[in-house]
Design a binder for this molecule. Sequence first.
Ligand code: NAD
Length: 467
Amino acid sequence: MPKYHMLIGGNLVQGHSAIDVINPATEEVVGISPIASEAQLNEAVEAAASAFPQWSRTPIKERREALLKVAQIVDDNTQELSWLLMSEQGKPLPQAISETKGLAFFIRQFADMTLPVETLEDSPTRYVEVHRFPIGVVAAIVPWNVPLLLLGIKLGPALLAGNTLIVKPAPTTPLSTLKLAELIHKVFPAGVLNVITDANHLGDKITSHPKIHKISFTGSTATGVKVMSSAATTLKRLTLELGGNDAAIVLDDVDVKNIAPKIFRAAFNNCGQVCIAIKRLYIHESIHDALCQELTSIANNQVIGNGAEKGTDLGPLQNRAQFEKVKDLLSEASQDGRIIAGGKVIDRKGYFIEPTLVCDIAETSRLVTEEQFGPILPILKFSNPLTAIEHINESSQGLGGSIWSGNLKKARELALLMDTGTVWINKHPDVDPNIPIGGVKGSGLGFELGREGLDEFVQKRVINELR
Ligand code: NAD
C-alpha cells in the first residue's frame, strides 16, 4: 500500500501515527496518510518561522519564478495527481484532471500579480503611500470537496506575498496534497512550505498557535465559528470561506431547454459537494413544470459510478459522515416534498445516492434552510420574484446566487437585491483567478482570488510624510 509523507522544514517525514484513506466509490484503501503529533505541528511552525525572514526579503521576481516552477511540475504530473485526487475524493477522472489543470492555471495567474505601492495623496502638505508586506507564518486549512484547487487559491497568493506556509488538508483527502508536496518541495527553501496531516485533531492547535499569524480557512460554517473563536486569543488575521446555500431564481422568460443542463450541472457537479453549487432552485410558476420535466429527464440519464470508469457523470459522496448526513436529508425529502427524480440510496459498495429532485417543498424544510452538500435539489415555485428574494435573503448564509432571465435589465435589478457575495446572471458559478469571491453573513469573512484575495495575505503599512 503506498505510503505518503508530510513536509516539515524541507524534509519528507513520517507521521506520529497513520490512517487509511478510503476510496468513496469502492470503500477500499487508496493509501496511508501520516498523522502529525502536536510536536510535529510545532516543528512545522518553527520551520516556517525560521524561513520567514529570508523568504519575505526574497525579491518578488524570484518568488514568482518559484510559483511558475510549481505550475510546471503540476502540469508535468497531471495524470498521477488527478488519478490520486479521483481515487480519494470520488469525482470522475475528467473532473479531477480539470481540477489539477486548474491548479496549475490558477498558480500561474497568481504568479503574475504584483504588490504595488499605492500613492494616496501627493499634495503640497502631505505625501502618503501604502506598502504591502507579508504577514508572517500563514496556515491554510482546506476541505475535502476540491482539495487541490482550494489549496492553490491559498498557496499561490500566500507565497507570492512573501509569507511562509503550513498547509493542512482534510483527513479524508490528504493524499493528493501530500503527493503535490513531495513533487514541489525542492522548489522552495526549507521551511517556506510545510504540509501536515491530521485526523481532525490539530485544527484548534493551529488556530490558537501563537507563532501563526494568519489563518486562511475553507470549510463549514460550524467549523469557521470555532476557528474564529480559537484565533481570537492571539488576534490572528482571518480569511473564512465557509458554507453556502446558493439559490437560483429562474424567471418566466428563459429558454427552458437551453438552461436546464446548465442548472443541473451547477447543482449536481461533484455530487453537489461544491460551496457555490445551486442548493435551492426557485422557478417561476409559468415554466415550473416544463423545467422540472427537463431536469428530471437529465437526472434519469446520469451515469453514476466509480470516477475511474469512462462515461461516469456523477461519483459518490466523499466520505461516510457526509453520506449519512445526506441520507438523513433524503428521508426527510419524501416527507417534506414530492420527489420527481431519484430518491434512493444506490445498493452497491460506496457512498452513492441518486441525483434527486424534490418539488412542492416548504420553505421551512431543512432541505431548503440548510446546506445539503449532496445530490438533492429542493425546487420551489414562485409567482413574484421579489417574494422569492425575500425568502432567499432570510438565510443565515450568503455565498453566491444566480438569476436566469432573457431580460438582462430585470436580472441586474434583481441581482442587486440578493444578499450574497456574488450573484451570477445566466450562469452559476464562474470562478476566475482575477475575480474576488467571498461570502456575507455566515458564509465567511474576506475574499479569495483577485487583488482583494492577494491583499488578504499582506499587511499594509502607511507611510505619511510631512511636506
Ligand atoms: P470542515 O469545516 O469539517 O473541515 C474543513 C477543514 O477544517 C478540514 O481540513 C478539517 O480537518 C479542519 N478542521 C476541523 N475541525 C477544525 C477546527 N476545530 N479548527 C480548525 N480546523 C478544523 O468542512 P468540510 O466538511 O471539510 O467541507 C465542506 C464545507 O466547506 C461545506 O460547508 C462547504 O460549503 C464549505 N466550503 C466552502 C468554500 C468557500 O469557498 N466558501 C469552498 C469549499 C467548501
